[in-house]
Design a protein around this ligand. Structure first.
Ligand code: AMP
Ligand code: ZN
Length: 477
């Protein structure tokens, strides 16, 4: 961890400006990230957002801040339609797998954290499930009720957004224009009992004719919490009524985050968070978002099954700024993997051929400074990456040892396991083939030896016969 750096700027969706970051408490950052809805596997689009949040945390820590990172697990109440008319997404999992909602949540929460680990995501300091915080949510709704912000309709308890003067400020629109634009663009009709199209459920009633797997008593009737109220209740419970940073994907700007903001502020009279940060989508080609509802998802396991290192995806995410769309193609992922493997090879070479120690040069310090400036400029990772390649091309002014040390330091942000020894990665089958080739060479069966060499090459393993024996390296694929 470095010393406290005061020159970090972040783009705040709320003010639409890049602002100097100043936390509420010196040296400490409170950060809330909207987590996954655990009715299915998280896809790499979701992970683009979680990777952005991970990089943000790493940049804050690199600057010497202690980061109180909270992420929720949405295991109830996230409806299929943003207009509050659909069903609980957990029900989709229940129908698909014939298990209880509790089992679905348990399974996909576990799967989420396994994938997160494979992508080198730091574990949040608090990862909290919505279903463990129902009492906190009820308490929060009671406060909104006490302050006159809610009303009851057949479907449940609703929040009257017209009572929040600046509702929707995150979108940059006033209340009327936001309502008009939502009406115009509505894909589903909205409940006519709602007072405003922007109103949303804070507590949904259970259906009258059946028992849900997940339902609770409340002062208003048996049911389950609304998705937005979950984040408000857990965020404030773990980070205080006002915290520093709130993050999520760009899709949260028009509905989820304004709703979190409105109901929290209605209950407490205080601003919920100072900085609101959003990651742009991962897309296939122009405008085609990867999404569970779109039915076009790719998971981390899919990448592994196709022979990719999950960290190649992490590298790919670094190549685009978090506020720009990231186009996902197999070719771009392959290019990212090639770059990642080349970097690891460089690291190996730098480690194995250390030059004499010269002591850090002025140039080394320049690189360190420029790198810090890039990451502190609203997480400009593409720029930070260019310094890596530039550094590797440096011939005179930076020693191999310094390059190695500096790249290790940069890897605290990138988390690409740059120091991972590539030798360990020789697949078992390749080992076996190398052994067979040695046997063939011993009996001067050059034909077999050459055939095996070609076979190895096709699988990306290059070999070289040296007086010390066979040397191999894994070719970038
Ligand atoms: P969900 O599990 O649907 O609640 O989504 C988890 C997070 O992933 C949210 O912050 C979303 O905004 C984000 N997200 C969903 N789809 C994408 C995508 N295609 N690209 C980037 N982020 C996404
Ligand atoms: Zn949220």
């Amino acid at each position: 961890m470095g010393t406290l750096n005061q020159d970090l700027s972040l783009f705040n969706t709320l003010t639409r400006e890049k602002e100097k970051f100043v936390p509420l408490e010196k040296g400490i950052v409170s950060m809330y990230c909207c987590g996954p809805t655990v009715y299915w596997y998280a896809h790499v689009g979701n992970f683009r957002t979680f990777l952005f949040e991970d990089m943000l945390r790493r940049v804050l820590e690199f600057n010497g801040f202690e980061v109180r990172h909270v992420m929720n697990i949405t295991d109830v109440g996230h409806l299929t339609s943003d207009a509050d008319t659909g069903e609980d997404r957990m029900e989709i999992g229940v129908r698909r797998e014939g298990k209880s909602a509790w089992e679905i949540a348990e399974f996909y929460t576990r799967a989420f954290f396994e994938d997160a680990k494979r992508l080198n995501l730091l574990k949040p300091k608090v990862a909290c499930r919505a279903t463990d915080h129902i009492a906190d949510m009820i308490e929060l709704i009671r406060k909104m009720e006490g302050n006159g912000y809610i009303y009851i309709i057949d479907r449940g308890v609703y929040f009257d957004t017209s009572k929040m003067k600046d509702y929707g400020k995150l979108t940059g629109m006033d209340f009327e224009s936001l309502n008009e634009s939502l009406k115009a663009g509505a894909r589903v009709e909205f409940d006519t009992q709602k007072r405003n199209i922007t109103d949303f459920g804070v507590w949904h009633f259970s259906p009258k004719d059946r028992k849900r797997h997940m339902e609770w008593d409340s002062p208003w009737g048996v049911g389950f919490p609304g998705w937005h109220v979950e984040c408000s209740a857990m965020g404030m419970k773990y980070l205080g009524l006002t915290f520093d940073i709130h993050c999520g994907g760009i899709d949260h700007i028009p509905i989820h985050h304004p709703n979190e903001m409105a109901q929290s502020e209605a209950a407490t009279g205080k601003k919920l968070a100072n900085y609101w940060l959003h990651a742009a989508f991962l897309v296939f080609g122009k405008g085609v978002r990867m999404g569970k509802s779109e039915g076009n998802i790719i998971t981390v396991q899919n990448l592994i099954d196709e022979g990719f290192d999950p960290l190649a995806f992490r590298y790919l995410c670094l190549t685009a700024h978090y506020r720009s769309e990231l186009v996902f193609t197999k070719e771009s992922l392959q290019a990212a993997q090639n770059a990642l493997f080349t970097l690891r090879e460089h690291m190996q070479r730098l480690r194995e051929n250390p030059e004499e120690e010269k002591g850090p040069s002025r140039k080394t310090e320049e690189y360190r400074k420029e790198f810090l400036e890039a990451i502190n400029d609203d997480l400009n990772m593409p720029k930070a990456l260019t310094f890596v390649w530039k550094l590797l091309r440096e011939e005179k002014e930076v020693s191999d040892r310094d390059k190695y040390e500096l790249l290790l330091e940069f890897d605290k942000i990138f988390a690409l396991d740059l120091a991972k020894s590539i030798k360990k990665e020789l697949p078992k089958e390749a080992e076996e083939l190398i052994r067979k080739r040695e046997e063939a060479r011993k009996i001067k069966d050059w034909k077999t030896a050459d055939r095996i060499r070609e076979q190895l090459k096709a699988s990306g393993v290059l070999i070289e016969d040296t007086p010390q024996g066979v040397k191999w390296r894994i070719e970038k694929r």
